[in-house]
Design a protein around this ligand. Structure first.
Ligand SMILES: [Zn+2]
Length: 291
């Protein structure tokens, strides 16, 4: 099996500037690491997909928000002032954004959505079972509100695209980033077609401060949101219990047709912003499973 890895070098433009924890060069690290440790022996291939269309973006947000985001980051990139605002925690000044690259950050955000569209197409119509998109995990973005360094929510787009364009009826979104995926959660809180399972650090200790165990969805979606807050320094054994006791049984019961697995390396013990304490050996085991 050859695994398609969706990636474009232009993703590096998703960059909040000097001194910010979210820099664009982070995306280059994975392809470099993979090529250095796993020879290109046919087990994987890099695929550069098209960016998304305006119609694609309208699946997850309104036209006003799309216009706002484009204008906001264009103005910021040019060093102009802009009367709008977008709440990016830890990001308080337009001065920190890279200059002289009009709209590049927002364009890169569209490329991430384009990759998820390509991933959905490859899985649904390209005969592929397993596709990786580098540069996503923009799970804090909401339908008409950007936060947590996220403009357009790639998880939500993939699920919506599968449901609305591909005839899929049951999608599991499994989010194991250290921060709760509050944007993704909001998209599907009342939607029983999407089982949203989120393992994250105790919200009383970390942004976004939501995602408690009793937040289980509403209306028809009640029971289809599963928040699993983990204590600070949870470690590998806590994850093992959570997967054996919660994730696996409910996944078997729900029988998803497609699984969207939202990663994020920040549960790792060396991450500077979080405290979940996962050891390095889990990453090696995960990598071994892929090859
Ligand atoms: Zn995170």
């Amino acid at each position: 099996m050859t695994v398609s890895i969706l990636y474009r070098e232009e993703l590096r433009e998703y960059d909040f500037g000097l001194g910010h924890p979210f820099r664009g060069d982070r995306y280059e690290i994975f392809p470099q690491f993979l090529r250095a440790h796993v020879p290109e022996d046919g087990s994987y291939k890099f695929v550069a997909s098209e960016t998304c269309t305006e119609e694609d973006l309208l699946l997850i947000c309104g036209r006003d928000y799309i216009d706002f985001s484009r204008d906001y980051f264009r103005a910021a990139n040019l060093g102009e002032t802009f009367s709008g605002s977008m709440d990016f925690p830890m990001y308080h000044s337009l001065d920190n954004l890279p200059r002289g690259k009009p709209g590049k950050l927002e364009e890169a955000a569209r490329m991430v959505i384009g990759q998820l569209k390509a991933a959905a197409e490859l899985v649904m119509h390209g005969g592929e079972e397993f596709v990786i998109s580098i540069g996503g995990n923009l799970h804090h973005a909401k339908p008409d509100y950007g936060e947590g360094f996220c403009i357009y929510n790639d998880n939500a787009f993939a699920a919506k695209y599968l449901l609305e364009k591909c005839g899929v009826e049951r999608v599991l979104v499994l989010d194991t980033d250290a921060h709760q995926g509050n944007g993704t959660c909001e998209y599907f809180y009342t939607d029983p077609r999407v089982l949203f399972v989120d393992l994250h650090q105790d919200p009383t200790t970390l942004y976004p401060g939501v995602g408690f165990a009793n937040d289980i969805g509403e209306g028809a979606g009640r029971g289809f949101t599963v928040n699993v807050p983990l204590p600070v320094y949870a470690g590998l054994d806590s994850y093992r219990i959570a997967f054996e006791q919660i994730v696996e049984p409910i996944t078997r019961e729900f029988k998803p047709q497609v699984i969207i697995r939202n990663g994020g390396s920040d549960p790792h013990f060396a991450d500077g912003l979080t405290n979940l304490g996962l050891p390095v050996r889990l990453r090696i085991a995960a990598a071994a499973e892929l090859t």
